[in-house]
Design a protein around this ligand. Sequence first.
Ligand SMILES: [Zn+2]
Ligand SMILES: [Zn+2]
Length: 323
Amino acid sequence: MTKKLYKNLSNKYSYKREGCSLCGQTTTKHVQGVPICNKCLKMKSIDSQFSDEDIQLLNEIKKSKITPKEFSLLSKNLEQSRPDTAQPYTCKQTHVKIGVISDTHIGSKFYDSQLMDEAAKNFTKNKVNFVVHAGDICEGHYENRRQGSVFELSEVGGDAQVKRAVKELSKIKQPIYAITGNHEYNTFYRLCGFEIGEQLQEKLPNFHYLGNAKGVINLPFGQKMELIHPDGGTAYALSYKPQKIIEAMDGGTKPAIAVIGHFHKMEHLYYRNVHTFQAGTLQSQTTFMRNRSISAGKGYWILDVKVGKKGISSIKTEMFNAY
Ligand SMILES: [Zn+2]
Ligand SMILES: [Zn+2]
């Protein structure tokens, strides 16, 4: 068993010389792209393959370019300082109803507050277990890249947008698991480190922040659902970008369900065994979109999901369109 597993793991090795993510010693061994030396690999015991969470953590350590000495100093109080936000949500039910919203762009004059009312009521009526939000919760402040966009804001500034978002999102009575998108990241976060996801988590008891651009919800039997908010422009073909995203995923790490925001489109695509949803938007077509002939796929979803041992055994989807 160990030999077979070792072979599987070594197939994933590359031979670049790098510092081990755990002890810093030079090594050519990599596990799923993360450098790790033989000693640490043994310590980790190759009988138990790395969990997704381990890989994520090791990748973060690798990216941070932190030295081993700094790492050991930091790790002493890592447990206390690690934000809740980094933890994926674990859903234990095999039959679950999920409300899906995305790209609400609260703070924009084009945000449709009535549609939020409707969605919130519908989620309660349909007894959804929780709601996911695939990013661009707030509009942010794109003045640096999209001149004149300040005139399309209903709330200007981080505090005002957070306040309005708290009011709007509290219409939803179920737990909300959410990521932030390019609107929060490229504007408030990159310009001054203002993290709207964490602000909302502090102020809204039912709001759980899963991270920027990507968030994970663990489903039973080791399966998962991913919330994804890419950046960049839309493609002419509806499914082109989601297909590319799914194609870029590694066989073993693919989620069973992917909920993709950002494109303001609505679609259910079953591709490479991934139920892929383009989540839609609660924002009407903006001037930016109109000038680029991008239509707005306004609406939201309710997914009735049954999780089987080998994968999703069924998904009943209800798509609610708005205009
Ligand atoms: Zn958006
Ligand atoms: Zn976006």
